[in-house]
Design a binder for this molecule. Structure first.
Ligand code: HEC
Length: 157
């Protein structure tokens, strides 16, 4: 009886802790879902530019896509707050924990994607579709694949 009130406080505190951890788990799941959607939109940009290089899309479509990609490249790092790795959220996140232990490298690759996208915007403006194809292959290899190799879990299937 002597600890009755403290017991009550502890129960309330536990309840709040449980509630807030449930909410933040949901927030994290939404964050990861939005992050994957964001990446899929970047992949759609890549496809539009690749189509332009093959003569299957207009220059206007390629320009729209590269402008979107330039903007996205500046937002990637912020999509990866600590606590959202594949170790924190198994089966939900494919973000390797290495992102946070080797963060400078991760940030550097996002910056390299940005540089490649800015350069490619210029090639789309002034170059031939063939030259765009070459620039696009390099961007995909270094900017996208360059990060997925070290920092994304192998996707199933
Ligand atoms: C700096 C690192 C980085 C860069 C740059 C990057 N990605 Fe990603 N990408 C990731 C990580 C990490 C994941 C896993 C995210 C998760 O599961 O929460 C991911 C996930 C994805 C997915 C989702 C796959 C799925 O279905 O789960 C696609 C598609 C994708 N990226 C495409 C791209 C494309 C296209 C580019 C280049 C234009 C790109 N990414 C650039 C790190 C990066």
């Amino acid at each position: 009886m002597k600890f009755g009130n403290w017991g009550k406080v502890a129960v309330v505190a536990l309840g709040v802790a449980a509630l807030s951890s449930t909410v933040s788990a949901q927030d994290k799941e939404t964050l990861v879902k939005n992050r994957v959607d964001f990446m899929k939109a970047a992949a759609a940009d890549n496809k539009a530019i690749g189509d332009y290089a093959k003569g299957m899309a207009t220059k206007e479509q390629a320009t729209k896509a590269i402008n979107d990609l330039v903007e996205r490249s500046t937002k990637i790092v912020a999509l990866f707050p600590a606590g959202t790795s594949s170790a924190d959220m198994p089966g939900k996140s494919n973000a390797k924990p290495d992102i946070w232990t080797d963060h400078a490298k991760f940030v550097g690759i996002a910056a390299a994607l940005h540089d490649a996208a800015v350069k490619e915007a210029e090639v789309i403006k002034t170059g031939t579709p063939e030259e765009v194809g070459t620039a696009q292959a390099a961007l995909g290899r270094t900017g996208c694949g360059g990060c997925h190799g070290p920092f994304r879990e192998k996707l199933p299937g």
